[in-house]
Ligand binder design. Structure first.
Ligand code: ADP
Ligand code: MG
Length: 623
């Protein structure tokens, strides 16, 4: 709700900007934060104890819902009605989660392997979106109570590796909770914002964000330049986190008390008591050298050194993942300028030590590691609210951008959800001998055929010197700036002929229209695929026919009459098939022609000739 404020310098009444909140929707814990007097703060629970809300949802017998600490207490006493780790299910089908189904203590429905999963509680089915929405509702209510005002807009964070379906599911959960989700932000991006990294418009650096949560480990390598957070690589382990440290302690104690091992099966509470004490021990060992406690009258101890021996293999696995992430980004530890620590489990001294050693530099670990993502989300929200106007915004393209290729196919150059600004290039070639002009038609949309997408504009690249089809190399560049303005550049590399055109990609397209285009692309996927397969077969026939023709012309001197006849008749058969609508027939004719011409090509003395025959089918796409 917009409120009224007075500018003390000028004495004028100013309408203050609307409050947008930042939410970290975590696998283990979730938090909400906002900007208070210029600095981000996480909102504590109504008891004022903790800002962390366990991401646990419990359904009471009467159907009402508990979220957070109270729900967490039901994990052991009533597991069938208590849902945890729902984030692992977001945007997933049953097929996706089958392999780790045993991990969940609740019932996942498998009626249709392809569709998004549902969770059964009593006789009702819930989607992960609905369940996440319960967590979001709780956070929304928490901040509304704390501030005494309604909030309706939010930024929500997700792991950098979340795909489109998972991001969309997160967005939908927000909507269901009564929140307008202004942006989905990557967790590592939010964490670096919390440390002020990337907030200066001229910041230019490469950073590593090491995030060890309750049950997941993520390492992300980001390149930050001009307010853009580019994810260079991500790696990690979806089943490795602080909870495994607890388990290591439990196993250690169970070894000393084999009698408990037997009891565990009958006595659920024992397991829970052990788990709680192990977590307490682990947390204490982040500060102290020793832990001693008592469970059911039995004294239990563990020292920091013992604990570190237990978790050493786990920590080593995270370092291996860091190595892999660097390798994928083409970097070495010395290329990393900042290392940001995220996730409650990074409070563990051995973890800090291993990470600092691996990267060879001090860590960014002064903020609460379990709060940084939410704090960064609040900063991003504040930027969106217009309170930090100098910041460039990180954004993504809502729909794919591409050009028309031979036969009316959509060739995507910049996929939907690409970060902007973006610059991508791709090479094409001509489809006819001596072609002087080339039409570049730019489209926006997800369908396979351009006729179903939205045309943004077209231009003609003129003055290409006459060359055989397939020889010109035309490089098409899409350059999308932060405001969604697309510049398209086409250049013929052999001659240097070039042309550039500017088009607006996002204007004049409403949310509804965008939604419709996305829905249609899914609905028509089947028929689009068939149409695309036919067109591709025809295109291939076209290029092969051209090159065979050229081959015969160039090698007329040594080809026998019989060989020429046979090539001509096979080419004819292919031409006829390509006029029809049966892609299998085209493929058969293609194979027959290829089978016959391949040995001839090999025989051709000139290696270049063989090249031209082969090069046609695997080379650049024709426009
Ligand atoms: P997530 O991102 O998965 O939601 P968090 O970042 O909240 O999770 O991390 C939760 C994990 O951090 C838990 O395993 C918890 O026990 C652990 N943790 C919290 N505080 C400490 C501490 N002081 N020392 C070691 N581990 C801790
Ligand atoms: Mg987290």
């Amino acid at each position: 709700m917009p409120s009224i404020a007075i500018d003390l310098k000028s004495g004028e009444v100013v309408k203050s900007k609307e409050l947008i909140i930042g939410i970290d929707l975590g696998t283990t814990n979730s938090l909400v934060a906002y900007i208070k007097d210029g600095a981000p703060v996480a909102v504590k629970d109504p008891q004022g104890k903790s800002a962390l809300a366990p991401s646990v949802i419990h359904f009471r017998p009467d159907g009402s819902v508990l979220v957070g600490e109270e729900a967490k207490e039901k994990l052991v006493s009533d597991p069938a009605h208590t849902i945890y780790s729902v984030k692992r299910l977001m945007g997933k089908s049953y097929r996706d989660v089958k392999a780790f189904e045993h991990y969940f203590g609740y019932q996942i429905i498998d009626e249709d392997a392809e569709r998004l999963v549902k969770i059964r509680v009593n006789d009702r089915f819930y989607t992960p979106i609905e369940l996440s929405a319960e967590i979001l509702k709780t956070l929304k209510a928490r901040i509304e109570t704390a501030l005494g005002q309604p909030v309706s807009k939010a930024v929500i964070t997700v792991p950098a590796y979340f795909n489109d379906a998972q991001r969309q599911a997160t967005r939908d959960a927000g909507k269901l909770a009564g929140l307008e989700v202004l942006r989905i932000v990557n967790e590592p991006t939010a964490a670096s914002l919390a440390y002020g990294i990337g907030l200066q418009p001229d910041d230019n650096q490469t950073i590593a964000v090491y995030d060890l949560g309750g049950g997941t480990f993520d390492i992300s390598i980001l390149h930050i330049h001009d307010g853009v957070f580019e994810v260079l690589s991500t790696n990690g382990d979806t089943f490795l986190g602080g909870d495994d440290f607890d388990r290591a302690i439990i196993d250690h104690w169970l070894q000393q008390h084999p009698d408990w091992q037997q009891q565990l099966a009958q006595d659920r509470n024992l397991g829970q008591e052990l788990r709680l004490l192990a977590e307490t021990a682990k947390k204490q060992l982040s500060q102290a050298e020793d832990f001693s406690g008592v469970l059911r009258g039995v004294p239990l101890r563990i020292s920091r050194t013992q604990f570190e021996d237990l978790i050493y293999p786990l920590v080593k696995r995270t370092i291996e993942a860091c190595k892999n992430a660097l390798r994928d980004a083409g970097l070495t530890p010395t290329d990393i300028q900042r290392v940001v620590m995220v996730g409650g489990a990074t409070r563990t001294p051995l973890v800090k030590q291993a990470v600092a050693e691996f990267f060879g530099r001090p860590l960014f670990d002064k903020l609460n590691p379990d709060e940084v993502v939410a704090l960064g989300a609040a900063i991003q929200a504040d930027i969106l609210a217009g309170n930090q106007r100098d910041m460039l915004l990180i954004d993504v393209t809502p729909l794919s951008l591409g050009i028309e290729t031979l036969g009316g196919l959509m060739d995507i150059i910049l996929p939907r959800n690409s970060k902007v600004p973006a610059r991508v290039g791709r090479r094409y070639t001509t489809s006819a001998d001596g072609q002087r002009n080339l039409k570049v038609a730019v489209y926006q949309g997800e369908r396979d055929l351009v006729q179903h997408n939205r045309k943004l504009g077209e231009f003609i690249l003129r003055g290409i010197p006459p060359m055989p089809a397939g020889l010109p190399q035309i490089e098409i560049h899409f350059i999308l700036d932060a405001d969604g303005i697309l510049r398209v550049k086409a250049k013929e590399l052999r001659s240097g002929v070039e042309q550039e055109v500017e088009m607006r990609s996002q204007y004049g397209i409403s949310e509804e229209e965008m939604a419709r285009m996305l829905i249609e692309s899914v609905q028509h996927a089947q028929e689009d695929m068939a149409a695309r397969a036919l067109l591709e077969a025809r295109n291939e026939a076209h290029t092969v026919l051209l090159s065979v023709e050229r081959f015969v012309k160039q090698n007329a001197s040594w080809l026998s009459a019989e060989e020429k006849d046979r090539l001509a008749s096979l080419a004819n058969a292919l031409r006829t098939a390509a006029e029809g609508a049966d892609k299998d027939l085209i493929h058969q004719a293609l194979e027959a022609l290829n089978a016959y011409s391949a040995p001839l090509a090999h025989r051709a003395l000139d290696a270049h000739v063989a090249q031209s025959l082969k090069g046609q089918t695997v080379g650049e796409q024709a426009l």
